[in-house]
Design a protein around this ligand. Structure first.
Ligand SMILES: [Cu+2]
Length: 249
């Protein structure tokens, strides 16, 4: 993940016409796939230009593409699990989806007033936008553009989605055993192991995938499972302690 530099190009190009209160912000691009590892996105609240800009990864002053948006694009990102880039456009109150391969707009979805920030669900299917002007959160089904609204307090700005842990996806380590020894989960579920014992334990997967080398009493470890299957694990310190996670979908 690279921190990108402030986008000052607009200010340099239009030194005399920018309003005094123009805000140039920086964002940190989320590096999740090939397209984004080769490029970085920057944006500006420059109300004159009305576009999201894509910067060169090697030269912060070189703009690769400009994506037309409505007035006052505020936030841009390309989230894990999604096929389209997203721009939150404050003026018209829209979520603009664009194709990150071609930098062409795909569709605009009306949201609330003065949208500020966006995030997506862990499966990449749902976007959530805060609407600072209408005091609500818009939930967008990205495949269809269908929206729903959740009323919240005054002027919401930032929003994050915390990975959820479904019921039944908890494993307690207690009395030198994994309890329950077998757990069935669905797509998108994480499993959290909690060491509720008096000794350190570990979570080691037979397939060599991510585990916990050592969990002290009171510590937790969680992970998800990208593919359906049966995942056998054991405690590296006490190999007779075994367990299994089954992703059944
Ligand atoms: Cu152990």
């Amino acid at each position: 993940m690279k921190k990108i530099s402030l986008l000052l190009v607009s200010a340099l190009l239009f030194p005399t016409v920018l309003p005094a209160d123009t805000v140039v912000e920086e964002i940190i691009a989320r590096v999740n796939n090939e397209i984004i590892t080769r490029t970085e996105f920057a944006h500006s609240r420059d109300q004159l230009k009305q576009e999201a800009q894509q910067q060169s990864p090697t030269d912060a002053d070189k703009i690769i593409a400009e994506i037309p948006t409505g007035v006052s694009p505020h936030y841009v990102n390309f989230f894990r699990g999604t096929s389209a880039g997203m721009v939150v456009v404050q003026g018209p109150g829209e979520l603009l989806l664009f194709d990150p391969a071609t930098n062409k707009p795909l569709r605009s979805i009306g949201v609330g007033k003065q949208p500020n920030w966006a995030t997506v669900s862990g499966d990449g299917k749902t976007a959530y936008l805060t609407n600072e002007g209408s005091n609500d959160v818009t939930v967008v089904e990205l495949a269809t553009g269908k929206t729903a609204t959740i009323a919240v307090g005054n002027a919401p700005r930032r929003i994050v989605v915390q990975p959820g842990v479904s019921s039944g996806a908890k494993v307690s380590i207690i009395n030198f055993a994994f309890e329950p020894p077998a757990t069935t989960i669905a797509a998108g579920d994480s499993v959290i192991w909690s060491n509720n014992d008096g000794a350190p334990h570990a979570v080691a997967f037979k397939d060599g995938s991510a585990g916990a080398n050592s969990l002290s009493p009171g510590e937790t470890f969680s992970r998800g499972f990208e593919k359906p299957g049966s995942y056998e694990y054991f405690c590296a310190f006490h190999p007779y302690m075994t367990g299994r996670i089954v992703r059944a979908d």
